[in-house]
Design a protein around this ligand. Structure first.
Ligand code: GRF
Length: 202
């Protein structure tokens, strides 16, 4: 299974996926694409000998035009699965539809709670006692595609955004590679707007 990872930043989730791929996972990371030139994930990819591409954002260009260039970069790598791992750009419906069922995202909240940004802060402010991360199939509505796997963490009374984010991150590094492995093993599908594992709806 050819896995392509899209990033914008540190790339610790990318690292977790690459680390699992090393011995004999049923997939290979065939490329990494970033919309940020200084994303540390690009350094990680190079260190692992994986093709890395920076698709520059031109502020004057429309989303459709950017996504066209992004699609070209994606197509060259012929991925079976695209993983959005901290890719901080909304993709156009067209691009999402072209890869529906073959594109997953990691989101730092227990979806459907806290879609969008600043999820850790919002979870603390809302007085949540539990928070976490979700891996879901990507559909045109932001952070609303069918959830595949979630991991929960406690929120403590004296929590800070940093501590909570760290706790969530650790879980992300466990669940995202696991979902990639399921997909590569052919066990995971998106059908009728739902995620299915081993022919059972999730
Ligand atoms: C993760 O928390 C992910 O859920 C969010 O962006 C962060 C990316 O972290 N959308 P990293 O770049 O994988 O370290």
């Amino acid at each position: 299974c050819r896995v392509l990872v899209l990033i914008s930043g540190n790339g610790s989730n990318l690292q977790a996926i690459m680390d699992q791929a090393l011995p004999k996972a049923p997939y290979q990371v065939v490329g990494v694409i970033s919309n940020k030139a200084d994303a540390y994930g690009l350094v990680r990819a190079r260190a692992a000998g994986i093709a890395s591409h920076y698709v520059m954002v031109n502020p004057e260009e429309s989303r459709a035009d950017y996504d066209l260039r992004l699609s070209e970069a994606i197509e060259q790598l012929q991925p079976d699965l695209i993983v959005l791992a901290g890719f901080m750009r909304i993709l156009s419906d067209e691009l999402v539809k072209a890869y529906q069922g073959r594109m997953i995202n990691i989101h730092p909240s227990l979806l459907p709670k806290f879609t969008g940004l600043h999820t850790h802060q919002r979870a603390i402010e809302a007085g949540e006692q539990e928070h976490g991360a979700s891996v879901h199939f990507v559909t045109p509505t932001l952070d609303a595609g069918p959830v595949i796997l979630q991991a929960k963490v406690p929120v403590f009374d004296d929590d800070t955004v940093e501590l909570l984010a760290e706790r969530v991150h650790e879980q992300e590094h466990a669940i995202l590679p696991l979902v990639v492995k399921w997909f590569a093993e052919g066990r995971l599908k998106m059908l009728d707007g739902k995620a299915w594992l081993d022919n059972q709806p999730l």
